[in-house]
Ligand binder design. Structure first.
Ligand SMILES: C[S@@+](CC[C@H](N)C(=O)[O-])C[C@H]1O[C@@H](n2cnc3c(N)ncnc32)[C@H](O)[C@@H]1O
Length: 245
């Protein structure tokens, strides 16, 4: 599915990741605080339970929610740049962003291109990102002034329609963990290898399964380097895997 890049309004918005998780953390924290305030002690038979100790759990959950919000509102832009800086750009690259959402990596890459093209694919799961849809990615590309350098397609990471050896650089950020079975994630890694040009680089970032992705790529003959998770910019902290074909 490709859509016209014209007649779209121009407000940039890359969304909040995992909004349901953030909401649940805040709801749980508030529920615990209300419980503590209303029932500081719960009496069950002869046992008195002092609920005030739950304040630590409430604080931990609220902190988790705030850190996740912080990633979406600020940290992810530094994280995006860290990923993009791993490529020696010439400007003529063919780039793929898998699970582009509202176009964060696709658009960031497009800004580094002259004659090249940046393609974003996604299946637009609503629960993974607020306002997640193809129009939002296209709107952002217009607002960022790179609409002529991007293409947005509805495709699944596990079954891409691109020919073998199509892309010089492939990015995927906080996407592959959303494939819930290991075989599916392995298939996505094999697809990344297939569509990456010989000599090309894939940059994979995620907050879990990083060692699994590394093993999957090595099993199919790719060279890998795993960079440590950055706790200052990402939450949950995301590692970055560099994969060379
Ligand atoms: C947490 S969002 C991250 C979006 C974007 N990469 C970013 O950093 O802002 C994860 C994205 O992966 C997409 N996704 C999940 N499973 C996918 C799959 N099998 N194929 C393609 N995209 C997928 C979701 O729809 C969602 O847009």
């Amino acid at each position: 599915m490709t859509q016209s890049n014209t007649q779209l309004n121009t407000k940039i918005n890359y969304g909040v990741d995992a909004p349901g998780v953030i909401r649940n953390l805040f709801i749980a924290a508030i529920t615990l605080i209300v419980l503590i305030l209303i029932f500081p002690v719960i009496k069950i038979g002869s046992v008195n339970i002092d609920t005030t100790g739950f304040i630590w759990s409430a604080g931990g959950m609220a902190l988790g929610g705030f850190l996740m919000l912080g990633y979406s509102l600020s940290g992810k832009y530094k994280h995006r740049d860290r990923m993009l800086n791993l490529i020696n750009w010439t400007g003529d690259e063919q780039v793929l962003d898998i699970g582009t959402g509202k176009g964060l990596l696709m658009i960031g890459a497009a800004k580094r291109l002259t004659t090249g093209k940046s393609t974003g694919i996604d299946i637009w799961n609503a629960e993974d990102l607020t306002g997640n849809n193809v129009e939002a990615a296209l709107k952002n590309s217009v607002a960022e002034g790179v609409a002529d350098k991007v293409e947005v397609l509805n495709e699944n990471a596990m079954n891409m329609s691109f020919a073998d050896d199509t892309f010089d650089a492939i990015f995927t950020n906080m996407c592959l963990h959303n494939i819930y079975d290991k075989e599916g994630r392995k298939t996505a890694c094999a697809e990344i290898k297939r569509v990456l040009k010989p000599g090309g680089t894939a940059v994979i970032a995620d907050f879990r399964n990083m060692k699994e992705y590394k093993a999957s790529f090595e099993e199919i003959g790719m060279q890998t380097t795993l960079l440590p998770a950055n706790y200052l910019t990402t939450f949950p902290a995301a590692g970055i895997l560099i994969v060379k074909k």
